[in-house]
Design a protein around this ligand. Sequence first.
Ligand code: 9D3
Length: 253
Amino acid sequence: MRFDVLTLFAELFAPFQSSGVTRRAFESGDVEVRTWPLRDFAEDAYRRVDDRPYGGGPGMVMLAEPLARALAAVRAAQAAAGAAPTPVFLFSPAGASLTQARVERLAASAGAVLVCGRYEGVDQRFIDRHVDEELSLGDFVLSGGELPALALLDAVARLRPGVLNDPGSHQQDSFSEGLLDCPHYSRPERSGDDAASAVPAVLLSGHHADIARWRREQQLALTAQRRPDLIAVARRAGRLDSADERYLQALNL
Ligand code: 9D3
């Protein structure tokens, strides 16, 4: 799959592709990332990519024309490679929050053009003409769309075949399965003298069914406490069995 990234900060994308479990996906070319530095598509002598908003107000607006020229260059490169045009996503605070379901769909696709907004926003005419979908990372304020684009690339790359050692392990991800994860413990068995320094005994018991039940109950308790919205979704999706329901009912006592 291929991502074409339109950005004023292309240098942010390279280092990210050489670290961590996702490195293989990028370095093998399975997830190909090509950056298109927007300043290269400015036409005036100052390489201007932004200007003041009509109607006044704070901040600057990203100009539609350099963006449109960069997108035309992406389309030409796709055509030359015999690749079909991919959808255009704009990262913007006004977009829908990225979800794991959206990431999973994208990971199974041919890729996308990622437009990273900066300044107050992008000239609406570029959005109306060219953008298929606006995406946000959530309700907090960043200074541009580059980190959201990197977050998306990371979330997609880890789903590609060969990235995770255990092919089933992302089936168990929180949000895929719909519950938060259980707590994890590793060595040493005891890190001090108080009760909180010991690993829960059940995890050392060797009783796999007991361990699975304990983990499930930890997931249910944590999710009920922190994200009751996810319990409601899991229930509606039929992902809670009668033992789960009994445990949740006991928690409310
Ligand atoms: C009230 C005006 N602000 C909207 C919240 C202006 C504004 C703030 C920050 C306009 C653009 C930006 C830059 N942010 C992004 O481009 C962005 C973003 C974000 O700020 N938060 C979460 N996801 C994203 S995706 C792109």
